[in-house]
Each structure stands twice: as C-alpha cells, then as structure tokens.
Design a protein around this ligand. Structure first.
Ligand SMILES: NC(=O)C1=CN([C@@H]2O[C@H](COP(=O)(O)OP(=O)(O)OC[C@H]3O[C@@H](n4cnc5c(N)ncnc54)[C@H](O)[C@@H]3O)[C@@H](O)[C@H]2O)C=CC1
Ligand SMILES: O=C(O)C1=N[C@H](C(=O)O)C[C@H](O)C1
Length: 249
C-alpha cells in the first residue's frame, strides 16, 4: 500500500475543522497528525504533508502563509479570499522556494460546485439574475463566499455575452431592501436558526424563470470534496481556486 498522507487541521475545534478531523480519521489513506486552533503555535504543523485550514477570514491568510513557508500543501475552506489576498498569496508561494500547492474553495459540496457551474452556463440566456444565500446565524461573514464567487462567475459570463446591467427601476431604497451588489449582481443574505448552508440563483427573462437551488443540510456534505482536495493538492503546485479544478468539471 502507498504511504499514508499525513494531514493536520487548522481551526480544528470549529464546526468544519472538527468534522474534517473525523473524516480524515475515518479515511484509510490519510493520517491525522495535528489539530491546531487559535493560540496554538503552528510551528512544523505536526510533520503534515497537507494542512486543511478552516478558521476565520481575519486569520486565514497568516495561517496559509505559515504553511507555504514550511513547504506544506494547503487546502483552504475559509472565506474572505478577495483578489488582493489571492495576489499576495500567489507572491508568497512564488517567493517561498517550495514547490507548494494551495487549493482554495469557497464551497466543497459537489452540488454547490455544480450549481455555480450551471449558473455560469445559464447566465447568458437571462436578462435578470439574483442570488439568495441562506445560512445558520453563527456565520460571521456576509455575503457567503459561495454567493460572492457565484456572482463573479455569472457577471463574467454576462459580460462575455454582451449583456448589460440587470434591469432594476428602483430609485428609492432607504433601508437597503434590494440587498448587496457583487460585481453588479444583487445578493441577499438570510441568517436563520435551523439552517446550515443554502443558496438559490434565480434567473429570469420574458415569460420564464429558472431557479437553481443547492442545500447542505449537514456538514458531512463538504467532506468528499475536502478529502478529494487533500488527495489532489500535491499534484497542483501553485494557487488553485475552486474545487472544480480537481473534479474534472
Ligand atoms: N469551503 C467550504 O466548503 C466551507 C467553508 N466554510 C468556511 O469555513 C470557515 C469556518 O467555518 P466554521 O467551521 O463554521 O466556523 P467556526 O467558528 O465553527 O470555526 C472556526 C475555528 O477557527 C478557530 N480560529 C480562530 N482564529 C484562529 C487562528 N488564528 N488560527 C487557527 N484557528 C483559529 C476558532 O477558534 C474556531 O474553532 C468560515 O470562513 C466559513 O465560511 C464553512 C463551511 C464550508
Ligand atoms: O459558514 C458556512 O457555514 C459556510 N461558508 C461557506 C461560504 O461562505 O460560502 C460555504 C458554505 O456556504 C458554508
């Protein structure tokens, strides 16, 4: 049998981190060698081959930079990776002198990845599009990373197709009822006890609408994607954004 992949988890005490620890322990080809959370010294990362990072947006860039500096591949699920952060990370990888791979995915659920792809494909056929993301009320960031990425993919597809702004006659919205705009696409965030992670992409044109919806009812839904990324990241040196890159989509 090939040697086991040694995995450490950063953010191990959190909702996602603890689920990842259980998934790694249950996998025959992986070995859990470290659990790190806030205030732990990451040092040599427990001798890990791959780190899985699910912490908070304010801490993730430093944690990932530490792993890169140690020459350890990283799978990142934490949100908040805007263009500026990604550019800085790309430079850190280039400067590290290590042939290291970093895979960042805003959503590891296969259905969510497909939803993003379908939304991108559908975008050019519809004049209107809005995104509604719905999450548990303990989530600290809004809009969700998934919604932000979906909006950017849809906006790029619309631009390629020569579509202009989404139609919207609103001139009077003192309470922000029309939601946020990400790359010109309206995004609405709902926080509700009982939910886990959900998103709708609603597209409309004359006489018809199309609704794409994905629901994660349990955090186990993210685990096949996380484990696929752990197994693949060593074959993807440099920075990779999106699980679709290891799913052959
Ligand atoms: N990509 C994906 O598929 C998914 C991404 N997420 C994202 O993952 C992140 C974590 O989500 P949850 O687990 O629900 O949050 P959580 O709040 O349950 O867990 C975060 C953990 O990070 C720890 N932490 C805080 N500062 C740290 C530091 N400096 N170093 C190491 N650990 C630190 C906290 O103590 C906590 O244990 C969020 O950004 C969330 O949006 C969540 C679900 C799926
Ligand atoms: O915080 C969460 O729970 C989730 N965060 C990610 C996001 O912001 O898109 C992925 C998923 O939606 C769950």
């Amino acid at each position: 049998m090939d040697s086991l992949i040694r995995v450490a988890v950063v953010g191990a005490a959190g909702r996602m981190g603890s689920q990842v620890c259980r998934a790694v322990e249950a996998a025959d080809d992986l070995e859990l060698v470290g659990r790190f959370d806030v205030d732990d010294d990451l040092r040599d990362l427990g001798g890990a081959d791959v780190v899985v990072e699910f912490s908070v947006p304010s801490a993730s860039p430093d944690n990932v930079a530490h792993c890169v500096g140690q020459g350890v591949d990283v799978v990142v699920g934490t949100t908040g990776w805007d263009e500026e952060r990604l550019a800085r990370l790309e430079q850190q990888i280039a400067d590290s002198g290590h042939d290291v791979g970093v895979l960042i995915a805003p959503n590891f659920a296969v259905g969510a990845v497909l939803m993003m792809r379908f939304a991108e494909q559908a975008a050019r056929f519809y004049e209107s599009v809005e995104i509604i993301e719905l999450h548990h009320p303990n989530k600290v960031d809004a809009p969700s990373g998934t919604a932000a990425r979906t909006a950017r993919l849809v906006a790029a597809a619309r631009r390629s197709a020569g579509l202009g702004d989404v139609p919207d006659a609103t001139t009077d919205d003192p309470d922000g009822a029309r939601g946020a705009r990400v790359d010109g696409i309206p995004v609405h965030s709902v926080r509700l006890r009982g939910l886990v992670a959900h998103q709708e992409v609603v597209l409309g044109t004359e006489g018809e609408t199309l609704t794409l919806r994905h629901d994660s009812f349990d955090r186990v839904s993210f685990m096949p994607g996380v484990l696929a990324a752990v197994r693949a990241v060593g074959d993807h040196p440099g920075l990779t954004v999106g699980l679709e890159n290891v799913l052959d989509l």
